[in-house]
Design a protein. Structure first.
Length: 198
C-alpha cells in the first residue's frame, strides 16, 4: 500500500526494501565473521563494487519519508533496529523492536547507543504522527534498567504528553514480561525557524 508522500523505500517487499534487508543481513554477518583473510579481501571487493553501482545510480533525497501507518519501518535506513508498530490509537503507539547482531553492545545485550538511536527514531515517528510541524529532538534521557536482548523481539510503548507550545514531552518504554528494561523521556521542539524539508 502506498502512502502519500512516502518513498518506495517504505514499502515492504519492494526491490529497494529487499536491498535494505540484504544490507542489514550483511551488517549482521560482517560482525564477528571468522572468514579467512584472503576471502575477506575478495568479498570486500565485491561489496565495494555494489557500493559503486549504488552510488552511480544516484540517490533521492527522501530517505526521511516514512510509512506512517502500522507495519514495519523500513526506509532504507539500515542503522536503526527494525521495529513494527502494531497498534496506534492516536496517542499511544505499541509494537516490537528487534535488536540485531549488528546492534550488539556488551556480551549478549544490545548496545546502549543503538537503544538511544531506536528511541530517537520511534519518538520522532510519534512526534510526526502527532503534529504537522517538524519537531526535532532537543533532549533524550535514556535509563538503562536491565539488559535488552539481541535477536529477540522486545515490546515497546511510546506516548506523548500534551503539547506545550512548540514543545512536546514524549516517552517510551521497552519491556519484557512486564519488566521495564529501558525508559526514555524525550523533549521534541518545533524549531522557531523551520528548516526547509526537515
Ligand atoms: C517529508 C515527509 C515525511 C513524512 C513522514 C515522516 C514519518 C516519520 C517517521 C519517523 C521519523 C523518524 C525520524 C527520526 C527522528 C529523529 C529526530 C532527530 O534526531 S532530530 C536531530 C537531532 N536534533 C537536532 O538536531 C536538534 C538541534 N537543536 C535545534 O535545532 C534547536 O536547539 C531546537 C529546535 C531543539 C530548539 O531551538 P529553538 O531556537 O527553536 O527553540 P528555543 O526557542 O531555544 O526553545 C524553545 C523551548 O524549548 C526549550 N528547549 C530547547 N532545547 C531544550 C533542551 N535541550 N532541553 C530542555 N529544553 C529545551 C527552551 O527552553 C524553550 O522552552 P520555553 O518556551 O522557554 O518554555
Amino acid at each position: 500500500m502506498t502512502h502519500p508522500g512516502s518513498s518506495p523505500l517504505d514499502e515492504r517487499g519492494t526491490p529497494r526494501a529487499e536491498l535494505a534487508q540484504a544490507t542489514r543481513a550483511l551488517q549482521d554477518e560482517v560482525r564477528g565473521t571468522r572468514i579467512d583473510g584472503r576471502r575477506a579481501r575478495e568479498l570486500a571487493g565485491i561489496v565495494a563494487e555494489v557500493a559503486r553501482e549504488l552510488r552511480d545510480s544516484g540517490a533521492d533525497d527522501e530517505v526521511g519519508r516514512l510509512h506512517m501507518g502500522p507495519g514495519p519501518v523500513n526506509r532504507g535506513q539500515t542503522l536503526s533496529p527494525v521495529y513494527n508498530v502494531d497498534t496506534w490509537d492516536g496517542r499511544r503507539m505499541q509494537g516490537t523492536v528487534t535488536f540485531a547482531r549488528f546492534h550488539h553492545g556488551s556480551v549478549g545485550t544490545a548496545h546502549g547507543g543503538a537503544i538511544g538511536l531506536w528511541a530517537d527514531d520511534v519518538l520522532g515517528r510519534l512526534s510526526r504522527e502527532l503534529s504537522e510541524g517538524r519537531a526535532r529532538t532537543a533532549c533524550l534521557h535514556v535509563q538503562y534498567r536491565a539488559s535488552v536482548p539481541v535477536g529477540a523481539p522486545v515490546w515497546f510503548t511510546a506516548w506523548a504528553d500534551d503539547a506545550d507550545g512548540r514543545k512536546r514531552e514524549l516517552h517510551a518504554t521497552l519491556e519484557d514480561d512486564g519488566t521495564a528494561l529501558v525508559t526514555v523521556d524525550g523533549l521534541f521542539v518545533e524549531p522557531r525557524i523551520p528548516l526547509n524539508g526537515h
